[in-house]
Design a protein around this ligand. Structure first.
Ligand SMILES: Cc1cc2nc3c(=O)[nH]c(=O)nc-3n(C[C@H](O)[C@H](O)[C@H](O)COP(=O)(O)OP(=O)(O)OC[C@H]3O[C@@H](n4cnc5c(N)ncnc54)[C@H](O)[C@@H]3O)c2cc1C
Length: 309
């Protein structure tokens, strides 16, 4: 690489960069200071893994051999109301707060996500009737096949339920994104929606004191009918079921928490148990929402079984 000034760490424990708090040592971790350094890394590294907050990632306890890029320093935001532009590493609660102060609606759900904007766009994150694709206008995307930065429209991003073009391929990486929000009538209207989001979660979902990576499975649609994955799992009696140090959350069956030094294998084994129970009882195959990263043979076999369509 031409620039050898970019922060680079060997054998780095990614425990602080995944909200499940799995001990996972990465061989090579790069921490770009700005989007130029990020683009330079993308041009030079082979199949890098990008980590925002790691709030959707199951990292292998056996470690990560792929080069890892942490986007935590890419945190510039520019505002020209009702437009907000944010670099990949901006934390979503910060954006929600900024939108509130500008009396703009559309980002309320982001206040509860322990995420970065890169991860939220990549996953098309959403909650309580809002999703990132609703306000998305365009993004600066690095295309590693053509080694070029391109501007992608919402159409180019191919958003669908918890999905985008960045999630499906190891080719497109988000440098920054621009959003168009709507002027709200009152600050209270925005605050009320944020509070509703927070209260709903408090009563049913684990916070990060009980380490987790959000919903394990997507809500399935069968013959046009939408189902709640949490409800199906609950009806299988899975709440509080443990495997090793991983356990189905006692108050919401679509969350797995790390209650006692869980390994990625514990998590995957519990996932498989949950998926099998729902399939046996309802003949519905749940699809994972979380993403497994690793190349441990036993884990990959399990993940292949879990994620096959
Ligand atoms: C307590 C809790 C509650 C949650 N609630 C919700 C919810 O209500 N709705 C919801 O949708 N999700 C929810 N999640 C899941 C998670 O927060 C979202 O998927 C979030 O968008 C992930 O953001 P992140 O920055 O942590 O991404 P990461 O987990 O770091 O990465 C996710 C994916 O995005 C890729 N990625 C990250 N940055 C970039 C980039 N710059 N360019 C290209 N690819 C990139 C990663 O490589 C990976 O494939 C929750 C998680 C937790 C722990």
């Amino acid at each position: 690489m031409k620039n050898n000034e970019i922060e680079h760490v060997n054998d780095y424990n990614l425990l602080p960069y995944n909200t499940l708090r799995i001990e996972s040592v990465a061989q090579d971790v790069y921490i770009p200071a700005n989007t130029d350094e990020f683009a330079l890394l993308l041009a030079n590294l082979d199949n890098p893994l990008i980590i925002g907050r790691g709030s959707n990632l199951l990292l292998s306890s056996s470690g990560i051999k792929r080069p890892v890029i942490l986007t935590k320093n890419l945190n510039k935001v520019s505002v020209n109301s009702p437009y907000i532009e944010a670099q990949a590493g901006v934390q979503t609660p910060k954006l929600a707060q900024m939108a509130l102060e500008l009396k703009l609606t559309g980002f309320e759900f982001l206040s509860c996500l322990p995420a970065t904007i890169g991860g939220a766009v990549c996953m098309n994150a959403g909650a309580t009737g809002q999703s990132i694709s609703d306000t998305f206008l365009c993004a600066e995307i690095y295309d590693s096949n053509e080694d070029k930065i391109k501007e992608f429209s919402a159409e180019d991003m191919k958003f669908s339920y918890r999905n985008s073009i960045c999630k499906n391929q190891d080719r497109f990486y988000l440098l920054s994104a621009k959003f168009k929000l709507k002027e709200a009538s009152t600050f209270d209207e925005i605050q009320k929606l944020m509070d509703e989001n927070i209260n709903k979660r408090k009563s049913s979902q684990p916070d990060l004191k009980e380490p987790n990576i959000g919903c394990v499975f997507k809500n399935p649609t069968v013959n046009g009918e939408k189902h709640s994955a949490g409800k199906l799992l609950d009806e299988c009696g899975l709440k509080s079921s443990p495997v090793g140090g991983a356990m189905v959350y006692h108050n919401h069956a679509n969350f797995i928490i790390n209650f006692n030094n869980a390994t990625s294998f514990d998590y995957l084994s519990l996932m498989k148990k949950m998926q099998d129970c729902v399939f046996d009882k309802f003949n519905i195959r749940l699809e994972p929402e979380i993403i497994y990263i690793g190349d441990d043979k036993k884990e990959l076999e399990l993940w292949k079984e879990i994620s096959q369509k």
